[in-house]
Design a protein around this ligand. Structure first.
Ligand code: ZN
Length: 242
């Protein structure tokens, strides 16, 4: 079976997305999965939607994809995200907005689940902050692996039937007797102090999930943000990975 690249939180960063697509293909990934937040914060929302559609990948909806719809009330969204989203809406076509808001919250992929935030309540956009949060998710999870994004911080947890453990390895060996909760990290706006895009390659034959951290031309995206009417704080945030 093929190798699958699983990406999330692109956030309208085409330079990072193109670097990830090239890296995945160079590592023999033959198909892609996208866990949402294609748009929001970044300078190239329309282009990122087009690229994800061209990849023909299985995609689920992120909160920023939901916010892109003109009728979504942004009252409770934080100021930076709101300002960026109002700008983003101007850049997207009506067809793209409709496509983004029509994406499903959860999908099955073989014996695995795909979701942007959490499986227990995908529309509440909750966060898994630690081992305790992960153990609650894993006990309720009926699938082998749940792949998610949302926090922009890559991490993997394993439940062996008794306890939940955080896995620190770059390559996770999947034991079919256990269950896994894997956050694939962010392509376009990492927040773990490392500005390099992150994603995973899922090799279903070897039963491994490999975290990939790659270089890209961050200054190109910074220049695009500065040339737009997006808040300059977003360029700073990209460089600090905060
Ligand atoms: Zn996001």
């Amino acid at each position: 079976m093929s190798k699958l690249a699983i990406i999330s939180d692109i956030h309208a960063n085409t330079v990072a997305l193109d670097a990830v697509i090239a890296d995945a293909k160079a590592h023999d990934a033959t198909s892609f999965v996208c866990l949402g937040d294609i748009v929001g914060y970044g300078p190239k929302p329309s282009e990122c939607v087009t690229r994800i559609q061209e990849l023909n990948c299985v995609t689920v909806k992120g909160n920023h994809d939901l916010y892109a719809g003109d009728d979504f009330d942004l009252t409770n969204v934080n100021e930076e995200a709101k300002e960026a989203m109002l700008w983003t809406r101007e850049k997207l076509s009506d067809v793209q907005k409709t496509w983004l808001s029509s994406l499903p919250y959860v999908r099955r992929l073989g014996r695995n689940s795909l979701v942007h935030a959490t499986l227990d309540d995908p529309q509440s956009w909750g966060y898994v902050h630690n081992r305790f949060d992960a153990s609650l998710q894993l006990k309720a999870q009926s699938t082998l692996i749940c792949f998610c994004g949302h926090s922009h911080r890559p991490v993997a947890y394993e439940f062996d039937g008794e306890s939940t453990n955080k896995l620190e390895d770059e390559v996770i060996n999947i034991d079919y007797n256990n269950k896994y909760f894997i956050n694939v990290g962010s392509v376009g706006q990492p927040r773990d102090g490392d500005p390099r895009p992150c994603y995973v390659i899922f090799d279903r034959t070897a039963r491994t999930v490999t975290f990939r951290r790659i270089e890209y031309d961050i200054q190109a995206t910074v220049a695009q943000i500065e040339a737009s009417r997006l808040p300059n704080s977003l360029a700073q945030r990209l460089m600090e990975a905060s």
